[in-house]
Design a protein around this ligand. Structure first.
Ligand SMILES: Cc1cc2nc3c(=O)[nH]c(=O)nc-3n(C[C@H](O)[C@H](O)[C@H](O)COP(=O)(O)OP(=O)(O)OC[C@H]3O[C@@H](n4cnc5c(N)ncnc54)[C@H](O)[C@@H]3O)c2cc1C
Length: 333
């Protein structure tokens, strides 16, 4: 194959009539794969692994790819590190891609290093970008909570393995096209799968998925106390946005942990991220710098958040936010 293979992640359909669905980061990784392949002059392929993945594979076939691999087996119906590693190892040995890309999801963190070692390779994990120099890709990884960027050159033989950080590439940049689906039935036996999967972890109905929000209003310590949170809640409501927060807000229990953005919270890439009373510490920035447009409200003109903001309002949030709510309501009728 000697191209770039993107291993997509999907959540299988569940018992409660849910349809199988893509992990959103899969599309971001596919965009990365298409761009990397174009720069290297290589072909690009995508693989979907599971059981009954025909419809997902057909969806992939409408993207600009050279082939889609539908890797199917009854023992892949539920994710296990052993099953996915064995199946992908067989696919990779058969087609010999140069580079295998994954979204840097929890599932990928679980099995991809093991898969890489089957080829005596390492996984270049959580890459935020790449560039091509003298025909060879160099992946960029962040170190020390984003304080340093490290270039990673790929040594040794092929294939190389890398995972892509959430928000590093934009899902809407995936190029459309047409391609063929090729079925691949790996040889798997139950005895190689040592884990016994239980029911997949299901978040409670109220759990928020900030990663799929288009607009996020995020609040920081500038809000001063818990009783003031409704001010930003109202702004979020007026904008049809999800509410998020910096770590101190969640640590104080003013908003639930699942709303925390940053290195120890969620990584988000909405169309608009409105940071209210957030200073812009590096641990916060790494979680939201992938937003398309960043708006910051802060009374300190030197706050680091303004370095990444597209629009900045220097002012007291207790004056600015109510005025914004009024204007948004007027504009929305
Ligand atoms: C290992 C580690 C992991 C971490 N992970 C995360 C993480 O995932 N997410 C995260 O967010 N942080 C994380 N942090 C914490 C991070 O370092 C910062 O302490 C935190 O992001 C600061 O939050 P803040 O901006 O809300 O508060 P502050 O830094 O206190 O900033 C408050 C801001 O509000 C402004 N302000 C005050 N009053 C007003 C007003 N009336 N109107 C307008 N502006 C006002 C101030 O000028 C200031 O800029 C982590 C730290 C460590 C060490």
């Amino acid at each position: 194959m000697s191209g770039v293979l993107v291993v997509m992640e999907q959540r299988p359909s569940g018992a409660q009539a849910e349809k199988a669905a893509w992990h959103r980061m899969s599309w971001e990784t596919l965009a990365a794969g298409q761009q990397l392949a174009a720069q290297l002059g290589l072909k690009v392929y995508a693989a979907v692994v599971g059981q009954g993945v025909g419809a997902l594979a057909q969806e992939l076939a409408r993207k600009k790819l050279d082939h889609v691999h539908a890797v199917e087996h009854a023992l892949l119906a539920t994710y296990t590190a052993d099953g996915f590693t064995a199946a992908l190892e067989q696919l990779i040995r058969k087609h010999s891609p140069s580079i295998v890309l994954f979204p840097h999801t929890y599932q990928v963190r679980d099995f991809a290093p093991k898969l890489a070692t089957r080829f005596h390779q390492v996984l270049v994990s959580d890459a935020v970008g790449f560039r091509v120099e003298s025909g060879a890709p160099i992946f960029v990884r962040q170190l020390f909570q984003g304080k340093l960027n490290a270039d990673v050159r790929l040594g040794g033989g092929e294939p190389h393995f890398a995972s892509i950080q959430a928000g590093a590439f934009r899902a809407e940049q995936v190029a459309d096209g047409t391609s063929q689906v090729e079925s691949f039935a790996p040889e798997l036996t139950a005895d190689i799968i040592r884990a016994k999967p239980h029911e997949p972890f299901r978040e409670s109905a109220r759990a928020v998925d900030l990663t799929s929000a288009d607009i996020i209003v995020s609040v920081g310590r500038g809000i001063k106390e818990k009783d003031n949170i409704p001010i930003v809640e109202e702004l979020a409501k007026a904008l049809g946005a999800e509410l998020a927060a910096s770590r101190p807000i969640c640590d104080s229990g003013w908003l639930p942990m699942e709303r925390q953005v940053g290195s120890s919270g969620q990584t988000v890439s909405p169309k608009m991220y409105l940071a209210v009373g957030i200073s812009g510490a590096i641990q916060h920035l790494v979680g939201m710098k992938g937003a398309k447009t960043i708006v910051a409200i802060n009374k300190d003109a030197n706050a680091p958040i303004f370095e990444v903001a597209d629009y900045g309002i220097v002012g007291d949030l207790f004056e600015v936010v109510p005025a914004l709510i009024e204007e948004v309501k007027k504009a929305r009728g």
